[in-house]
Design a protein around this ligand. Structure first.
Ligand code: HMG
Ligand code: MG
Length: 319
């Protein structure tokens, strides 16, 4: 009888890439849920510290209704007075024509449309059915592209919905294909409430891999139950190269009760550094940005590396 050899660590990581791309969401996904209003100067300090750490793609705000998300009511002022340095892209959420108009007048070069794979969450979050939301996107994505904007997209509740429970991955795939056909360059798959586990991630990513190049998707994993990094490793092994994260793990969705922040950027960089995968981001710089985030927000933030720091040797006590 031949005993199958368990995969060695070498085999497991034979597919590991040289480089991945990180999309920082803390100024938007991170701050949108904060109850205390954060002054615009604090937001600028946070964004500048993220740029200084080497992050090249940063979602800085949302052009949504200020009645729905009061924390980001200063979107125009922020986006029109803080410009990205060369090589850095600032993006923002945009739900409809009014959002696009505001994003254009603020001079942004990238927007992100968003909807949920769950009807109930979509209704709670953007007050529309999925079909009606896609109709709105038909009115904004092509004009945005014609005006030279890059358009990203999010599909939320892919791993599970707080109101409907499990979501059929085939429904996610069908929505994602429609978004790509419409002109979105990438669809970020959201584990909005952080319920996903590796086997589920394996199934979802393989299903996408059978239908499109994996450069078309990103993983946007809230770390509510501590499974985000294990899901990221599964994505990496299958060929995903784009990951969203939030400095110090700040954030959550105001219309998804109980959701914690996205996987912490420091934790993600620490993982990639340890695996020899280039991110272009300086870990100490991100740890400093996490300190800035904590100061600006005015409360302790949950990221693990944010709290523990990088792996450094300490002096042993002698005598
Ligand atoms: P509605 O109330 O159905 O909209 O909201 P409406 O078209 O009937 O308009 C109502 C009022 O809002 C009007 O003003 C509009 O002018 C105004 P009034 O006449 O009452 O004074 N309005 C706007 N104002 C500014 N900018 C706009 C805009 N649109 C309308 N763009 C709407 C529909 C989509 C606007 C609303 O539901 C909304 O803003 N929702 C956003 C909720 C949100 O931002 N949620 C969090 C982000 S999603 C997320 O976190 C998940 C993600 O991270 C991925 C993941 O984790 O899975 C992306
Ligand atoms: Mg999110």
């Amino acid at each position: 009888m031949t005993v199958p050899n368990p995969a060695s660590p070498m085999d497991l990581f034979a597919q590991a890439p040289d480089r991945v791309s990180i999309y920082e969401v803390s100024p938007r996904d991170g701050l949108q849920n904060e109850a205390v209003m954060i002054p615009i100067e604090g937001k600028k300090r946070l964004i500048n510290s993220l740029v200084n750490a080497g992050l090249k793609r940063i979602e800085i705000t949302s052009f949504v209704s200020p009645k729905w998300v009061p924390q980001l009511a200063d979107a125009e002022e922020l986006a029109s007075t803080l410009k990205p340095p060369p090589g850095v892209t600032f993006g923002a959420l945009c739900p409809n024509a009014k959002g696009l108009e505001r994003a254009l007048s603020a001079g942004l070069s990238e927007i992100a449309v968003f909807l949920s794979a769950s009807e109930t969450h979509n209704k709670m979050n953007i007050n529309k059915t999925i079909d009606d939301t896609l109709s709105v996107f038909h009115e904004i994505v092509p004009p945005a592209r014609e005006k030279g904007l890059a358009v990203r997209a999010y599909v939320s509740t892919v791993w599970g919905c707080p109101y409907e429970g499990p979501i059929d991955p085939k429904k996610v795939l069908s929505i994602a294909k429609r978004l790509i056909d419409l002109g979105c360059y990438q669809v970020s798959l959201g584990d909005t409430i952080g319920v996903g586990t590796p086997r589920q991630t394996d199934l979802i990513v393989r299903m996408f891999r059978d239908e499109m190049p994996l450069s078309r998707i990103a993983l946007h994993l809230h770390d509510t139950r501590g499974t985000a990094l294990s899901n990221i490793v599964v994505g990496l092994q299958l060929g995903v190269r784009d990951f969203d994260s939030s400095v110090a793990g700040v954030g959550g969705c105001p219309y998804a009760p109980g959701a914690a922040g996205n996987v912490a950027t420091e934790d993600l960089i620490y993982l990639m550094n340890g695996m020899g995968i280039e991110t272009g981001v300086d870990l100490e710089g991100v740890i400093e940005a996490g300190r800035v985030a904590e100061e600006v927000i005015g409360r302790q933030l949950p990221g693990k590396v944010h709290k523990a720091g990088a792996f450094k040797l300490r002096k042993a006590r002698t005598a």
